[in-house]
Design a protein around this ligand. Sequence first.
Ligand code: UP5
Ligand code: MG
Length: 196
Amino acid sequence: MSEDKYKVIFIVGPPGVGKNTQCDKLVEKYKFIHLGAGDLLRAEAKKDTEDGKLINSIISQGKIVPVKITCSLLKKAMDESGKKNIFLIDGYPRNQDNIDGWIEVFGDKYQLVTSIILGCDEAQLEKRLLERAKSSGRSDDKVDVIKNRFKVYVEQSQPIEAKLKEMGPFIEVKADGTVDEVFNKIVSELDQKLKK
Ligand code: UP5
Ligand code: MG
């Protein structure tokens, strides 16, 4: 692995599939640096700035924020934390624009260790999100916005999973078991990728 490159794992999948949940466990085990694209955007949305207002409005409709904003937040967070370990980037990329913007910013200065692609059927995910909605306080955890997030996932995010598979190694896991079952499946494949 070249030391001057950003080492990256992308973890993607539909709303509620367990990206944050699995990232918490992966960080505990491997000490990766977790960067949730949605978390960074939600933090930025709290600011009383033009970008903040735009992000707020886009997230509350379940649409995708322009890549310039998301990618610069990711790059800033990566540079602030140094290249001490692999960056676990959660919920990004989610459309072709996100991939193009990433390549524009990072060019050949990154190494894609692997993508982790999670999947699960919508009915189960909707149940999880509606349960979480009772306490999450997220503006997008509402029935109609959840439906739009799924629609955006199917129309824009799912199609670019094929691109991720072309960009580097990948792990594909059906995330419909318990949290630990899903984690164990990821770990068994991830350990192989990290050995290479
Ligand atoms: N849970 C988790 N795993 C479980 C399991 N195996 N069995 C049973 N329950 C399980 O989990 C969701 C809920 O399910 C939790 O209550 C959990 O306990 C339970 P979580 O780990 O939070 O799932 P996650 O996949 O992280 O779901 P999230 O809702 O965060 O996914 P989204 O992709 O919708 O959200 P994200 O924060 O990534 O993005 C939000 C919005 O930001 C997007 O809609 C978009 O508007 C914007 N955005 C961009 O525009 N660009 C980006 O690059 C990123 C985000
Ligand atoms: Mg999440």
